[in-house]
Design a binder for this molecule. Structure first.
Ligand SMILES: C[S@@+](CC[C@H](N)C(=O)[O-])C[C@H]1O[C@@H](n2cnc3c(N)ncnc32)[C@H](O)[C@@H]1O
Length: 263
């Protein structure tokens, strides 16, 4: 079984922006509206250090969140990911956005290695990146690193899917997107070997070949995701010294949680 990052590098990266709707400008605008709505904006008095206000986007992918953070006015946005093709995509978008700094690093160590304790005005980890980590211990340790990196008035924002309730039968087939020449479907498998710890995600992509009578070809690739219960996440945030200020539940188990350093 490949790791999550290998899955992106070898398979999903070339489809990722298409998967999200295909329009980078609209994706940045959507992220910007969501971040502003959750209060992730540079505030007065932020960025007391000489470098100005700092935001960190953990698992940035092609960086629509990072670009949105720059548009919202953060002076510096550290965009962290391990996927080279996705970081290259972000670097192309960010060529004229000097605030965004794409960095190839592991989110499990990036804050400790790249961010001075107490200096980040915002740390975001969105789009289900948390469930891509190898173990629950990694997610718990990440919360601790976020608490250490955050400035006293800083905000952390996490977005992830609670996949603890197993889907059954045909509900396990999840249509992702379909356009004239490409169709993506996801199939979830709940293996016995890890009990309730992980789910195997099989991504299936059909593409219509050019010429050749428009035949369809299917490619498939699989990786494991963590099954993090929302209750567990809330407990771990608390244990890490983060105080939840707002949370929301969306379709498909999606959860969004904003937190600050506990007083
Ligand atoms: C579902 S994507 C989310 C991308 C982006 N945040 C969004 O909302 O569209 C998950 C991202 O996390 C990255 N990732 C997974 N594990 C990582 C790790 N240990 N260190 C750095 N990046 C990681 C993947 O390469 C991928 O770009």
């Amino acid at each position: 079984m490949t790791t999550a990052v290998e899955h992106y590098d070898r398979f999903l990266a070339e489809h990722y922006t298409w998967m999200l709707g295909g329009d980078p400008t609209a994706l940045v605008a959507g992220q910007r509206a969501e971040l502003a709505e959750w209060g992730v904006v540079p505030g007065e008095g932020w960025g007391g250090g000489s470098g100005g206000s700092l935001a960190v986007d953990l698992g940035c992918g092609p960086g629509y969140g990072s670009l949105a953070l720059a548009e919202l006015g953060f002076d510096s946005v550290l965009a962290v990911d391990l996927s080279r093709p996705l970081l290259d995509e972000l670097a192309a978008y960010a060529a004229e956005v000097p605030a965004v700094r794409p960095v190839r690093a592991d989110v499990r160590t990036a804050l400790r290695e790249l961010v001075r304790p107490g200096s980040a005005d915002a740390v975001v980890c969105l789009g289900d990146t948390l469930t891509h980590l190898p173990t629950r211990g990694d997610a718990a340790a990440l919360f601790g690193a976020v608490a250490t990196a955050l400035a006293p008035d800083g905000t952390a924002l996490f977005g992830y899917r609670d996949l603890t309730v197993p889907l059954t039968g045909t509900d396990r087939f999840l249509p992702v997107r379909a356009t004239e020449d490409r169709i993506m479907t996801c199939f979830l498998e709940y293996p016995d070997d890890y009990d309730d710890y992980t789910v195997v995600v099989h991504d299936l992509i059909h593409t219509r070949e050019r010429g050749d009578h428009g035949n369809w070809a299917m490619t498939a690739h699989s990786y494991r995701k963590l099954r993090l219960s929302h209750t567990w996440v809330l407990g771990q945030l608390r244990a890490a010294g983060l105080h939840v200020v707002r949370e929301d539940a969306g379709p498909g188990g999606m959860r969004t949680v904003a937190a600050r350093r506990a007083p």
